[in-house]
Design a protein around this ligand. Sequence first.
Ligand code: SDX
Length: 391
Amino acid sequence: ETGFITLDPGYVNTGSCLSAITFMDGEKGILRYRGIPVEQLAEHSTFKETAYLLINGRLPNRTELTQFSINLNDNSLVHTDLKVFFQNFPRASHPMGILSAMVNALRSFYPSLGTSEEEINITMTRLLAKVRTMAAMSYKISRGHELVLPRPDLTYCENFLNMMFDTPVKPYEIKKEVVRALRVFWILHADHEQNCSTSSVRMVGSARVNLYAAISAGIAALWGPLHGGANQAVIEMLTDVHTSGGNCRKAVERAKDKNDPFRLPGFGHRVYKTYDPRAKIIKKICDELLESMQISDPLLDIARELEEIALKDPYFIDHNLYPNVDFYSGIVLRAIGIPTNMFTVMFALGRLPGWIAQWKESTDDPHWKISRPRQIYTGNQQCDYIPLHAR
Ligand code: SDX
């Protein structure tokens, strides 16, 4: 009668799960996909190969990788009716809202999902191939430009860049340093154990909806500024600091003010209580890309100064607040030419293989139950109904 019900431990579904996909150590700043350190994958792997690793649990041999490439290319075109779907969105629509709706719509165009291993593999490959094309398509439509189709002679990352930026009047020049930056960006975002959006994919998927609907839920969750929307929020914050005179100390002080809801975007993490290992890698990629492209971005200088001030600030030190993957990633995307409102779409494209892998791991679990977290009740004790005239 204390107002709480006693929860049987067996009932308490905290939303945690057993998983063999990604290992994180938040104290030591460790991140591994299927046991392989993300640093090694960023150095040696491709995004396509990392996607295969996450989904299938091991690196592909040459034959498997070639077949995976062929399957991705064979499924990279998008139904022309989907273009009509895109074109009817209000021009000011946020690309994440469009992407979530479009991915859900794929179920209408590809209704036969199947249950066999082969059919599930086709659906997963179709999703990986088409979402990349749809993202580039949404950009072209938003610019009122003709669509550019994927080419079998280009890699996964090269194709995306070409579909985004190639035009009849100015053919896009694929630069290896840009492809490398995009490859590493997507590898670093590919999975991150049970974060908000991945947990959403698992939770929605546990009701046995189709994969497209589960991924659409993950995209919706990632849109949030506390999650995948942070990379866009970082650039907006750095731009504000730049246009208001470059006072970095002011932004840090504002982030500490408990009366102000502002939190420094790109800093802090629920799991990492040290430097996000991805942030270290993306910061290096950022420096190398801007140098090779001879870009001098004032926002990078501001980001570096902000980081230096924050890392020495007692509040940030006491709260274990370090840069996370989003702090420098937006500057890389700016240098590549991605519009700010597509930054979170880029995160979603990177996270897609992780979401698919986590969904597949759930479906492979013979004891997979519908997700049903419980609560601790804090409401009224039992009471009686009061007729309207007596209230
Ligand atoms: C991603 O989960 C994942 O793995 C996510 C992700 C992935 O790959 O999927 O890594 C991707 O979402 C990275 C995080 C991107 N979001 C941001 O950069 C937004 C800014 N960061 C904060 O909002 C915050 O750090 C979170 C949301 C990331 C984490 O929030 P928590 O774990 O709930 O931490 P908290 O809000 O409870 O903060 C603990 C304390 C609080 O102060 P007190 O009330 O205890 O005094 O630290 C403070 C917070 O106010 N704090 C910050 C801060 N982050 C936390 N203060 C100022 N600036 C910040 N950025």
